[in-house]
Design a protein around this ligand. Structure first.
Ligand code: UN1
Length: 535
């Protein structure tokens, strides 16, 4: 690892990292030029420079992963778990430093960045001990002298591609279980956050991960390295592919994997609803809604999009919610760490936010607040610190949003939320289920029947009762339905099914050819004692 001084204007942010691809445990340059990781907080801050990789780099990384598979998959799972345990220790020791890199690269507040590192630590903690389980089963045989057992076998080389908004936690959800199960990995980190990816792989290597088990290829997205990385599916580089990102890209990956008979894990978009019923603790609901809508500047796949409010509490809720929006501190998370949210991660997200604003106007929804970029000219007392070198957006609230509007149906990565007023629980539930997505969801109420019905009838993969749509714990099944994914899940024991294949073993000690089904002696009696027909 090499460091160089940052530009003078950003010297206080820290040094710049000169980073590499990591292939077969070696730090290597790419075939193309370099990409820059510039801070979302302040574009003058150069967090690092990394290789821009091409087709050959992807091929090299895939070869390294394929070669490392035999030895790694033969390493006992508790030993693999010990590497993961040590990785978790390193992340714990370096938590503040790593969180600061996350804040610099993608603009997440220090509090959230620390939470993100913790999520990766939690993942290591869980899977370190899974190395001592990774259970198979013993199954009774229908034939004597024969033992049936099942084993989880690793799949092979896993291609990993994840979004920029959780550049450490979400890749850790994939990479850590993948390697625990005995697989090897080729990872293309987000070009918005290559530095945290590089440091994560260095932590894995410092923890004793053998060369070639996790390899990285850095570079641009769809137009560059990303294209070559995905082309590897049809070239047979991967036996497993795991992706977190947009529904559109997820479909392309699903198609490529389908024709190659690979089951991808696809964690895709969301349009997450929150229902507020009149019996709810309204202050609690307001706090949950503000956090879910505006935390991470709305750039989580679990962010709140459609806030569905019962008409009996709509006026009071809106008044409290808008007071919260007016009181929210926004701005530079490096100089003012207590802000609720910081900048947009990249220009593409900022552009999407601007487009959504135009669509909202076309829809005829009522704009209650915001939606533009904060500038030196329009900043008010809510805005903290220097914002002129990043893309900072006003919190945006739309009222009167109907189910058929563009705003209600389309995912927007940005600080914006739709308010929809409904007459009763049934309409609220229909609205909550009224998009093609189904990732996370939430309801605020004390009513047992409504809670029970919401849990059962909501189409989302994740449901929160009296809590926000974000903040899933690291050992629960994470994933969605409909356009939010293909039914695979990440985290906890559930993810193991996607990084292993079940092997069924028949071990016959009888010394003769026993034929299942054909020879099985079910002990049918030869004579009938009861004359059933006489009843
Ligand atoms: C994501 O936005 O892709 O539940 C992941 C949450 C976080 C993970 C979000 N634990 O909000």
């Amino acid at each position: 690892m090499y460091l160089k001084p940052n530009s003078p204007a950003a010297a206080s942010a820290g040094k710049s990292i000169i980073g590499f691809n990591i292939i077969h445990g070696r730090e290597v340059e790419g075939d193309l030029s370099m990409i820059e990781s510039r801070s979302a907080v302040d574009r003058r801050d150069l967090v690092g420079v990394f290789p821009d990789s091409g087709e050959k780099d992807v091929a090299r990384a895939a070869k390294a992963a394929a070669e490392a598979f035999a030895a790694w998959s033969a390493t006992p799972a508790p030993v693999r778990g010990a590497v993961i345990q040590r990785t978790g220790q390193i992340l714990t020791e370096q938590k503040e430093r790593l969180a600061r890199i996350i804040t610099r690269e993608i603009g997440k507040t220090p509090r959230e960045a620390l939470g993100e590192v913790q999520e990766a630590i939690d993942t290591c903690t869980y899977f370190a001990s899974e190395g001592r389980r990774l259970y198979g089963q013993t199954v009774p045989s229908e034939l004597p002298g024969k033992a049936l057992t099942t084993y989880r076998r690793p799949v092979g080389v896993c291609g990993i591609l994840a979004a920029n908004n959780f550049p450490l936690a979400v890749p850790s959800w994939k990479i850590i279980p993948a390697i625990l199960c005995g697989n090897t990995v080729v990872w293309k980190p987000s070009d918005d956050a290559p530095a945290i990816a590089y440091l994560f792989v260095r932590a894995l290597m410092d923890a004793g991960l053998p060369p070639g088990v996790v390899n990285t290829v850095n570079g641009r997205g769809r137009a560059g390295c990303g294209k070559h990385f995905l082309a590897g599916i049809d070239k047979g580089y991967y036996q497993k592919f795991s992706f977190t990102g947009s529904t559109a890209v997820g479909r392309l990956i699903g198609e490529a994997c389908g024709r190659n008979l690979i089951i991808p894990s696809l964690e895709l978009g969301g349009k997450n609803p929150m229902v507020v019923m009149p019996d709810a603790d309204l202050d609690l609901a307001v706090a949950g809604a503000l956090w879910a809508a505006f935390g991470t500047a709305g750039q989580r796949c679990t962010s709140l999009a459609n806030l569905i409010i019962h008409e009996a509490c709509a006026a009071e809720f809106k008044q409290k919610f808008m007071a919260g929006v007016e009181a929210m501190a926004i701005g530079n998370p490096m100089t003012d760490p207590e802000v609720t949210y910081g900048p947009m991660i990249n220009a593409r997200f900022a552009e999407g936010f601007r487009e959504h604003w135009e669509m909202g106007q076309k829809d005829g929804a009522t704009l209650l607040s915001g939606g533009e970029q904060w500038t030196q000219a329009n900043r008010d007392g809510r805005v903290k610190g220097p914002i002129e070198h990043g893309l900072y957006m006003q919190p945006c609230v739309w009222d009167g949003v109907a189910r058929d509007m563009w705003l209600f149906q389309n995912e927007v990565f940005g600080p914006t939320v739709n308010l929809t007023t409904v007459k009763d629980f049934d309409e609220a539930l229909a609205c909550a289920n009224g998009t093609p997505y189904g990732l996370s969801s939430s309801i605020y109420t004390e009513n047992r029947q409504w809670i029970e019905r919401f849990k059962r009838e909501i189409k989302a993969g994740m449901a929160s009762i009296n809590n926000s749509t974000t903040g899933a714990e690291a050992h629960m099944p994470f994933g969605g339905n409909g356009w939010s994914g293909n039914g695979t899940r990440e985290s906890g024991m559930w993810v193991l099914d996607w990084y292993t294949r079940w092997q069924a073993v028949n071990d016959d000690a009888s010394g003769r050819l026993q034929l299942a089904q054909i020879e099985t002696d079910y002990g049918h009696p030869k004579t009938k004692r009861t004359d059933w027909a006489s009843l």
